[in-house]
Design a protein around this ligand. Sequence first.
Ligand code: SAM
Ligand code: SF4
Ligand code: SF4
Length: 390
Amino acid sequence: MSERDTHRTIPLTDLRNSGLALPRPTRSDVVRGELTDTRGRPLRDLRISVTDRCNFRCNYCMPKEVFDKDYAYLPHGDLLSFEEITRLARQFIAHGVQKIRLTGGEPLLRKNLERLIEQLAALRTLQGQPLDITLTTNGSLLARKAQSLKDAGLRRVTVSLDGLDDAVFRRMNDVDFPVADVLHGIEVARQVGLGQREGKPTGGLKVNMVVKRGSNDHEILRMARHFRGTGIVLRFIEFMDVGATNGWCMDEVVPSAEVVRRIHGEMPLLALEPCAAGETAQRWGYADAHGRHDTAAGEIGVISSVTQAFCSDCNRARLSTEGKLYLCLFAQHGFDLKPLLRGDASDEDIASVIGQIWQGRSDRYSELRSSLPPDAAGGARRVEMSYIGG
Ligand code: SAM
Ligand code: SF4
Ligand code: SF4
């Protein structure tokens, strides 16, 4: 039986029109500057979805059966303009955001995305530094766009790639897209300098592989061998129960510990310290013959959202394509900031509202997952990953 035959798809409950009430901006409770949520977590990382559309149909994200020709994507007028996104980004930065990730859907489908990157690149953090601007893409349009993205101010890029075997890759993206084109996109990104990080020759380019048992887990070692020693950091992501349509079940999750064990069996690994607080991936370096980190061979990362929760230092906020603020990847509702943008709220009002929302945040879904009964976890009522971005 093929993977497609066994795939379970759950009909979509459309949560995009539901929302949480915004705190009212009042002169007496203006919230300014860096702040923390109810669990002491700062706001550092803003993920902005620039489109809810995609040219792939990865079955763990946008299964074809749901995202078909009749699927109602957001109307164009509901999308935030680049000016609106930049105005909001400025208010998030006022509360401590230092890093912005553009995502989607497929962000490179958004027309003239370079103009948004230029606007964001002109902003400065509270410390007066340029923002760390990155983008997650399926790589299908990267070869064509890498140079203009770099010229606009993009500093690094993460490419999703679920296998090297062409047949496996075509099955995972479910639109018959060839792997060679994504590999070419990665190569062009490297040639234009998106592989460099803060003056270092490598580290700017990452590859994300979502691992699904029985679908692509036999590609783990091949992927590790391919990217070892290239300066590109390969990260393995546990298949997550995001959204409500991907038919998630634990049997298809390959725990990160197993991924590390499999690679370590052939290419010894050692645990590395995190680069920054709140980092989603645990780092593992390739070891040399003396058991020390072989920096030329590089490192891998594992993102264990299912088997090892990392909510305790989660500093990420998510902004949907139409301007709703989500405090967790697994949230059921967002705070609609668009009426503020399109009404007469001042920048200070908007910053205050964002600050109050963050101060009230208590989300920690991954920590609670195992203790929640499936329905209480809201499985059938979560927003889709393609809508709020990864
Ligand atoms: N289209 C772009 C891409 O694929 O890179 C950006 C958006 S995509 C939603 C962002 C990331 O989420 C990708 O790396 C994708 O593999 C990951 N993702 C989507 N659904 C997932 C799931 N159910 N479990 C784990 N990761 C998932
Ligand atoms: Fe599209 Fe990315 Fe989702 Fe795949 S993971 S369907 S490429 S948004
Ligand atoms: Fe952050 Fe929510 Fe993921 Fe926990 S489950 S790490 S709070 S996004």
